[in-house]
Design a protein around this ligand. Structure first.
Ligand code: PRP
Ligand code: URA
Length: 208
């Protein structure tokens, strides 16, 4: 299942982050803000527990979040979404997957992995701004499931039909939430229209 978050707040900020004139400071701010709006929507069915709280007036039936939450940014660009999600989920644990996409083969190469034990039994939220061919996300999901993760969602900023299909064909149980499902991929496997190289734009490492 792939869901595009059509809320005007998200779509307005998406227009700004796509703009080639948006510099890295603003790009980072927008990535953080967009992540928060997507997360708010993506986690609306999270497990809750019924509790009773004493107000100054009377007992109030309430619901609290009843799940160990583990956020997993895919290095490097996923880090650009981490602060935004931790603003909403301040007690979440964080696991890391280091992957880069080989520019020649387009295949993901794993260079780092470190997960908290709560990925088993908890809710895992994989974050990466771009889900393009899907290779990086599939590799991250494979690693998580090898470690026993069962309840996983993916949050990205931009994806495309090719990437969604790649993830769904291997991990049909993992829902994907995005600000936009774009048209497709170009010959360099960049998302079109996309927003360019997210890691470079977040961290100011592009040469132009
Ligand atoms: C980008 C992006 C994803 C991946 C998407 O990372 O952040 O991880 O490419 O492409 P895919 O769906 O085809 O695998 P990149 O490899 O550029 O590394 P970086 O985050 O370190 O810049
Ligand atoms: N990685 C990016 O950063 N952007 C794309 O469009 C595809 C992969």
């Amino acid at each position: 299942m792939a869901v595009q978050i059509d809320h005007p707040f998200v779509q307005h900020k998406l227009a700004l982050i796509r703009d080639v004139e948006t510099g890295h400071k603003r790009f980072r701010e927008l990535a953080r803000e967009i992540t928060q709006f997507i997360c708010y929507e993506a986690l609306k069915n999270i497990r809750t527990r019924e509790v009773v709280v004493e107000t100054p007036v009377a007992p109030a039936p309430c619901r609290t979040i009843d799940s160990d939450l583990v956020v997993i940014p895919i290095l490097r660009a996923g880090v650009g979404m981490l602060d935004g999600i931790l603003d909403l989920l301040p007690t979440a644990r964080v696991g890391f997957v280091g992957l880069y996409r080989d520019e020649e083969t387009k295949e993901p190469v794993t260079y780092y992995e470190r997960f908290p034990p709560q990925i088993k039994g908890g809710t895992c939220i994989v974050i990466d701004p771009m889900l393009a061919t899907g290779g990086s996300t599939v590799a991250a999901l494979n690693l998580l499931k090898e470690q026993g993760a069962e309840d996983i969602i993916v949050i990205c900023i931009v994806t495309c039909p090719e990437g969604i299909e790649a993830v769904e064909s291997v991990h049909p149980d993992v829902p994907i939430f995005a600000a936009s499902i774009d048209d497709g991929l170009d010959e360099r496997s960049y998302i079109v229209p996309g927003l360019g190289d997210a890691g470079d734009r977040l961290f100011g490492t592009s040469h132009h």
